[in-house]
Design a protein around this ligand. Sequence first.
Ligand code: ADP
Length: 370
Amino acid sequence: ARSKAAVVAHDPDRRQRQTLVPATSSSNATAPGGPLPPLLPHTPNPEHQAWNNRVNEAVKNITGVDETAARQILNEIVVKGDEVHWDDIAGLEQAKTSLKETVVYPFLRPDLFKGLREPARGMLLFGPPGTGKTMLARAVATESQSTFFAISASSLTSKYLGESEKLVRALFALARALAPSIIFVDEIDSLLSTRNDTGEHEASRRIKTEFLVKWSDLAHAAAGKEHKDGDDAQRVLVLAATNLPWAIDEAARRRFVRRQYIPLPEPETRKKQIETLLKYQVHDMSEGEIDTLVELTDGFSGSDITAVAKDAAMGPLRALGEALLSTPRDQIRPVKFIDFEASLKNIRPSVSKEGLQAFEDWALKYGSSG
Ligand code: ADP
């Protein structure tokens, strides 16, 4: 699954589908008169069993949290499986280094990160859409062996509206109980924007307040070294992503001690990504053609490049028309440079030059270097 992770297209429902881990595993009832042969296709996975035990223990110990909300978090928000590793992400070396220092090492070696080395409680990843922010968050969770809670802020203010406050409380309580934890909030701007202060949406304002309060509690608990069994506030980090960093209000922005710019890919990064995408595809592209492709994709994001490659890979099949149905696989021609040229006519970069400038300006003003 390692290399696959790098080539799957952005699919917002994917997370949802991959969440698993039923928190309560119904015990297989044994019928009277002898055990029945196992009917269920899933044999108990010892790893999941261990996880379930841990979850049940955690849920038992936390108080003041709505049980339905807690279950909802465990079923829909906790991500398990289909791991992303650093190597799956092309380039972004600076961001990887920064994330290792801010999250991964402190989570793995909490004994070394105390006092002045106290880890950050919040980190913001900002930049154009489709540049790998979500992938980075997933890789951080894998590499730091953390429980990964992934929620999009816009779903808090729409899909879950009404139960959002309960959900936010349950989210933070569970993150602390199941630490080390990463709370990944995508589209954080829709939760922490200045717009929410103007009373436009009373309900969203309340969720914002609840989120900020629970986040502060985390910092206080961590500073107070309240490290009880089943509550490890020091190893919980809010990692957020946004394509609209300027929409976040000032007070909220300051809480993200680190603000990491995730830029459009550099030529070397685009080359690496293109090579990865072509690795499992029959193609006859020369080194020179790949280099030309790298030049032609200047201004493209990682997800734009994935889209181009997927479209180009369809080229040989499109050329066949209806004959596709009867052509043996080994007679289908390889993907060629002309396929990419054709795809590039239809798929254009999703970020404009002006749009990009806005990110660079914001990065200069508010981004953290290093
Ligand atoms: P973001 O969260 O920044 O909007 P994602 O992390 O969701 O972007 O990336 C969307 C898709 O684009 C990924 O699933 C992947 O296919 C591709 N992609 C983006 N950046 C990279 C990268 N640096 N390396 C490999 N694939 C990438």
